[in-house]
Design a protein around this ligand. Structure first.
Ligand code: SF4
Length: 430
């Protein structure tokens, strides 16, 4: 059977889709990029916020409307985990729904494969320079705005041996960057009673795939970034001095209402990371317009961003998630105020990001090429798109590199220009 899979939502959902694909390919079903050539249409949904739910329903509706007789339509993932009824009511013609991590159940429902297909077993698309490695799923934290623990359940870590095997499989396909993701990566191993389980996992991965030059860590939890973890990251040659640590706010009062660690804890983690890796690149995310957020609390967030000067900041305006404690709170901030604050935060963060980029002009960097084919630069001549170690895939900036290089090449280059988020680079090698 040929299947066409559409993945919505975050990087963790991308990894879930990979696992689903592994189950389908193991059963020797074949992917196709063309929906009209598929026997089965699959949508891996996101249900994290209302906008994501709406996008999921729109995607399912569009596929349903254009499918031909005999084509099946399955819906899986976060939205069907928490709102299966909503999906079924909106699109009653869906053939089957599954929750999260139901790869084998989906493959079983699809049934036996057509022996005419000879499908390679694979964990990543050949030629892709980066791959996500999901080290755990679920979350035990009590953040009052977040529906993830309800969707994904308690935190459960993958066995290190399985992750090492997956990392080796990616390396064998030529992957140059492994991006470790989880709901809370720093909780890795806690479900098995391990202390500093993430540091131990990084040691194992670093040793198992020395040919992968970039191992990147995302989604750390403030307070869980211990000195041992920071020093381990600093010591391992292929673990990048880059850390993504969502902090959510810069006011202790708001963090308390979010049931998140306060600023003292956040600063302690940031200090540990900077002490171990003076050139570390820090990414964080914030929510603006959390219920009851006052102008003074928002100003504290801006002050905190000024103080810490994060290299990368992502932000969201708060939107209530049914079933979370925060959704029941009164004092929702008016939408216009949320948007004004979002704009002010992003303007400040963009200025800092631009300063960080300008400081790189004239310096040597390594660019990991991502584009499969060069495009034409405005000034003439080919240019390929990639990233330096400072930028995580999909969420941070890009590096535009003059010349023609294949995807996956690591090219030494000089930074010639700095845009607010992106870099302009000239190769140092012929
Ligand atoms: S740590 Fe992240 S995933 Fe876990 S409850 Fe908080 S926001 Fe949600």
């Amino acid at each position: 059977m040929r299947y066409h899979l559409v993945t919505l939502g975050c990087a963790k959902n991308t990894v879930d889709s990979m696992r689903l694909e592994q189950a389908l390919r193991s059963a020797r079903h074949a992917p196709t990029a063309a929906p009209d050539q598929a026997d089965l249409l699959l949508v891996n949904t996101c249900g994290f916020i209302d906008a994501a739910k709406a996008e999921s329903l729109d995607t399912i509706r569009a596929l349903d409307a254009s499918r031909r007789p005999g084509q099946q339509l399955f819906v899986v993932g976060c939205m069907t985990q928490i709102a299966e009824r909503e999906v079924r009511d909106a699109i009653p013609t869906v053939d089957a729904t599954f929750g999260v991590e139901a790869w084998d159940a989906v493959a079983a429902r699809v049934g036996p494969a057509d022996p005419a297909y000879d499908i390679p077993l694979a964990g990543a698309a050949p030629g892709a320079p980066s791959a996500y490695l999901k080290i755990s799923d679920g979350c035990d934290r009590p953040c009052t705005f977040c529906i993830i623990p309800t969707i994904k359940g308690r935190m459960h870590s993958d066995a290190a041996a399985r992750l090492v095997a997956e990392a080796r499989a990616h390396a064998a396909l030529g992957v140059r960057e492994l991006v470790l993701v989880a709901q809370d990566s720093t909780a890795y191993g806690e479900d098995r009673g391990e202390r500093d389980g993430l540091a131990a996992l990084l040691e194992q991965l670093s040793a198992a795939v020395p040919v992968v030059p970039w191992i990147r860590l995302m989604y750390a939890y403030p307070g869980r970034v211990t000195t041992q973890l920071a020093e381990t990251m600093a010591r391992l040659p292929n673990v990048l001095p880059y850390l993504d640590m969502p902090l959510q706010h810069g006011s202790d009062a708001v963090l308390q209402r979010m049931r998140r660690p306060g600023l003292r804890v956040a600063r302690r983690s940031l200090e540990a990371v900077r002490a171990a890796m003076p050139d570390v690149v820090l990414r964080t995310t914030f929510i603006v317009g959390f219920p009851g957020e006052t102008e003074a609390e928002f100003e504290q967030l801006l002050d905190f961003v000024e103080e810490q000067r994060f290299d990368h900041v992502g932000a969201f305006t708060y939107s209530p998630q049914a079933g979370t404690p925060a959704a029941a709170a009164a004092q929702d901030v008016p939408q216009a105020v949320k948007e004004r604050r979002y704009g002010a935060l992003m303007e400040l963060a963009q200025g800092i990001s631009h300063e960080c980029n300008r400081a790189l002009v004239g310096r040597e960097v390594e660019v990991l090429v991502e584009s499969q084919a060069p495009s034409q630069a405005a000034s003439g001549g080919p240019v390929v798109v990639g990233r330096t170690f400072r930028d995580a895939p999909e969420v941070d900036g890009l590096a535009f590199l003059k010349g023609t290089y294949p995807a996956g090449a690591l090219v030494r280059a000089r930074v010639d220009g700095a845009l607010p988020y992106d870099l302009l680079c000239t190769p140092l090698e012929a």
